[in-house]
Structure formats: structure tokens, C-alpha cells
Ligand binder design. Structure first.
Ligand SMILES: Cc1ncc(COP(=O)(O)O)c(C=O)c1O
Length: 453
């Protein structure tokens, strides 16, 4: 039977892990000291508990980040293929965004009123994503939460449907998985006191019959989906899947919400624009303001009319949508600069060519060593996976995750000045990444694989 470790020498792998950990500790005395200090006043010793999910014995402290590169507290330079897990997908501190927020920094940050940038930003979003009406949030998690609330209110339906293995941020409703085919609340979720399976349906991605059956009752407000699953490793839609899925969703009176937070790697208008998916609502977070906290969600005119009607006919008072700092002047200035000057078609063309070079290079290493692994590319996003052919659903993708093996590879690369995402094996390129950076990554990946055989 195939396991992610097929073809590897696991004893050597464990010895390699130990020596890489030792080398990391020797290389990073200042980060070690800062981590120790942090342990005194931060839960788990880090600002966010998941910062301990990296492969490192203690957190690496970043001193400075620019373009495709960053420097750590000990003075080592890195090429960043993680790019803040998409938050810095267009490079760290893109000059146009840096200038815009520097300008805005002397002109106020938040006033609970629209800034002069708000209307141009919404117009640009409408042009680029083909949806006429927009709202703002501080994170993609919030944007997804708000969209679900609006759509439940607009449709009068309480249920939503998600795909097994999805992630849409810290939105409680979506943490329902299929465990041996049974919808089950994700057991890692902390402090959840509601029974999520009552309102959330879950089916496998790429399974049209299951989608049809789940929507048949006519009580599902919306399907919330990434057009390509990216958070359990990459799972591509099979040919014709989205055409048929859209027809099923519409026929049952449900709405389609496309979360492009990661698949914005596919082009200036995201995966949906590039592949002809007509979403009723669309969410983008993370890189939309160049890494400044903000997110956006848009909708069709028909849905906007239903949403506005729901609000207008509701009793006066809190809607449950929005936070005080959402759509603040600072974020608007960042988004305007980023959308107009950074997320350009030319930047995407450059990133696509580089990501193709990266994917080819990784495939070459895998082929040369006869490993049963594969590589998937979605625009500027590339992923190597521990299976001979790409998985077609969340269950398959989950089965081939191997965090121990991932950590060894990640740490090996990190010790050689190359950062990739801590979760599974995702790599991003940005407009400042160079062909040389890609060659270095591919060469180091090859050496790592060699050491594991
Ligand atoms: C597809 C998708 N949507 C939403 C989110 C949530 O983004 P944030 O953590 O910025 O709220 C993520 C985070 O990884 C994501 O991958």
C-alpha cells in the first residue's frame, strides 16, 4: 500500500530531523533568547498559539521583510515562499502600498465614515470580480461570517453546505467534517457549545450526486466553497465539476459563495473569473490590502437587493454584521494602492511563469528519484503532495498528509534560507521572487529528498 513515506528511509529521516533541529538551535541564539522572553508573558510563548505549528524548536523572530525576502533576528536572510500564507502574496511591503499607508499615516486611520478611497476601491472590485456591490471586513474569517449571516437573512434558510476538509477561517459553522462518511463536528474546535451539524451540511468536493442529495430539501441558504480546495493540500475540481455544481445549486434555490482568499493566486479576478464560475457572493481577504488587515465581499445585484431588503425590514438595532474598525481609512488606502498598482495583470503573468518553473523543477526532482509524489499548480500557488496523483476530495487529501515528514522538509529548507508554509507543502511566488530563488529552492528540495532516500 502507498504511504507518504514510500521510498524513503525513515531511520535516515529521523536522524536528519534531529540534526536539523540541532543546527537550527545553534544558528538562532537571538531568536532563542526572544522566544524565552516571550514565554514569560504570552500564552504558549507566541503571539498566536499556532505560531508553534512551525517545524522549528522555537519560533523564528523576523526582524524585517521586503519583497520576497526577510531577515531574522540573528541576521540570516531568507527567500520567502510562504509569504504570510498568502497575506504577503504580492511581496512584503510592496512599495506602492508602503507609500500609500505612509501618506495615510498622517491623515487619520479610522473615523467610522467612508474615506475618499472607499468608492474607487469598490468600483475597482466591481470591475475586477464582475460583482457590483461590496462591503468590507478586517479579515477573511469575518467576511465569511458576515456573508453567511447576510445570506441566511436574505434567503430565510438556516442551513449552509461546505466541502469536507475545507477551511474558511475561524467561522464556527464550517468546522464540520465527514468522518467515515458521517458529518462530525471537528473535534479540535475549542469551546464550541452549539451542535454545528444541525445547520451545516458537508459533502465531498467533486461529488455531484452528494451535492444534489444534500441540497434536495431546499433548505440550504448557500454553498460556501473555495473553487479549488487549498487548505488540506490542494484539491482541484474535476473537469466539468463547477459547471454541473452551479446548475445543481441554482436549481435548488441555494446561493454560491466563492471564497477566493487563497485562489486569488489564479489571476486578477480570482479563480472564478478565470474559469467562468458565476458566484452569487465572493470573499477575498489576506493579500487584498497588501498584508494590511482587511477583507472584502461582493455580491450580485439580485442578491444585494435581497440583502438590503432583509436589513430594511428587520427591527432597528444591531445586525450582527460589522466591526468598528472595518473599512477604516488606513485599510482603504492600502487596498486602493494594492489593487491599482500591485495586483496587476503584468504581476500575475510574471508570477505564473515563475510558479510554472517552480512546479516543473519540483516535478523533475520527484521524477528523478522515482518518488510517488505529485505537484499541483494554481496560478502563483504550487504544492507538492505525497501521492502519485492529486487527491480528488478532502478524505483523500487528508489521508496523505504527513506532518512529521512535512516538518523535516520544511526545517531542512529553513536552515538553508528558504521558507515554505508550515501547513502541508504550499509555496507561493510573488512579483519580487526571481528565477534564481526558484532554482535555489528546487536544488535544496532535491538535496533534502536525496538525504531522505
Ligand atoms: C480560503 C480561506 N478563507 C478564509 C481564511 C481566513 O483568513 P483569515 O485568517 O485572514 O481570517 C483562510 C485562512 O487561511 C482561508 O484559507
Amino acid at each position: 500500500m502507498h504511504t507518504p513515506r514510500t521510498g524513503l528511509n525513515w531511520q535516515r529521516a529521523q536522524a536528519l530531523a534531529a540534526s536539523e533541529r540541532a543546527s537550527y538551535m545553534v544558528r538562532n541564539p537571538i531568536s532563542a533568547g526572544l522566544a524565552q522572553q516571550a514565554g514569560q508573558h504570552m500564552l504558549f510563548g507566541v503571539p498566536m498559539h499556532w505560531m508553534n505549528d512551525w517545524s522549528t524548536p522555537f519560533a523564528l523572530t523576523v526582524a524585517e521583510a521586503n519583497g520576497a525576502r526577510f531577515r531574522d533576528a540573528d541576521g540570516h536572510e531568507y527567500t520567502d515562499f510562504c509569504l504570510g500564507d498568502t497575506g504577503a502574496m504580492f511581496g512584503h511591503a510592496p512599495p506602492a502600498v508602503a507609500q500609500a499607508i505612509a501618506r495615510q499615516s498622517a491623515r487619520g486611520y479610522t473615523a467610522m465614515l467612508p474615506s475618499e478611497d472607499a468608492a474607487p476601491v469598490a468600483a475597482e472590485l466591481a470591475r475586477r470580480f464582475g460583482l457590483p456591490y461590496w462591503q468590507f471586513a478586517l479579515s477573511a474569517s469575518d467576511a465569511n461570517r458576515f456573508v453567511l449571516r447576510w445570506l441566511r437573512a436574505a434567503t430565510g434558510r438556516s442551513k449552509i453546505l461546505v466541502f469536507n476538509g475545507c477551511y474558511h477561517g475561524t467561522v464556527d459553522d464550517v468546522f464540520v467534517d465527514l468522518v467515515d462518511g458521517v458529518p462530525t463536528q471537528r473535534d479540535s474546535l475549542l469551546g464550541q457549545v452549539y451542535t454545528l451539524t444541525e445547520q451545516t451540511l458537508v459533502v465531498e468536493f467533486n461529488d455531484l450526486a452528494a451535492l444534489e442529495a444534500a441540497l434536495a430539501q431546499g433548505d440550504v441558504a448557500c454553498v460556501l466553497a473555495e473553487p479549488v480546495m487549498t487548505n488540506i493540500g490542494m484539491v482541484l475540481p474535476q473537469p466539468g465539476y463547477w459547471e454541473a455544481a452551479q446548475e445543481i445549486i441554482r436549481r435548488h434555490g441555494s446561493l454560491l459563495v466563492i471564497d477566493e482568499t487563497h485562489t486569488i493566486s489564479s489571476g486578477p479576478g480570482g479563480y472564478a473569473q478565470a474559469h467562468g464560475i458565476a458566484a452569487d457572493a465572493l470573499v477575498v481577504g489576506k493579500p487584498v490590502g497588501g498584508g494590511i488587515p482587511c477583507a472584502v465581499y461582493g455580491m450580485t445585484a439580485a442578491l444585494a437587493a435581497r440583502v438590503e431588503q432583509a436589513k430594511r425590514t428587520a427591527p432597528a438595532g444591531h445586525s450582527g454584521v460589522g466591526t468598528t474598525l472595518s473599512a477604516n481609512m488606513f485599510a482603504m488606502a492600502a487596498m486602493r494602492a494594492n489593487l491599482e498598482q500591485v495586483m496587476t495583470p503584468a504581476a500575475y503573468d510574471y508570477m505564473f511563469a515563475l510558479a510554472a518553473q517552480l512546479a516543473d523543477g519540483l516535478r523533475g526532482v520527484i521524477a528523478r528519484h522515482g518518488l510517488p509524489w505529485c505537484v499541483t499548480q494554481v496560478g502563483a500557488r504550487t504544492e507538492f503532495q505525497f501521492c502519485p496523483v492529486p487527491p480528488v476530495n478532502g478524505t483523500q487529501a487528508q489521508a496523505i498528509l504527513d506532518s512529521e515528514l512535512e516538518h523535516i522538509i520544511h526545517l531542512y529548507l529553513l536552515n538553508r534560507g528558504l521558507l515554505i508554509t508550515p501547513f502541508h507543502n504550499m509555496l507561493l511566488v510573488c512579483p519580487s521572487t526571481t528565477g534564481d530563488d526558484v532554482q535555489r529552492l528546487v536544488a535544496a528540495f532535491g538535496e533534502c529528498v536525496q538525504a531522505l532516500l
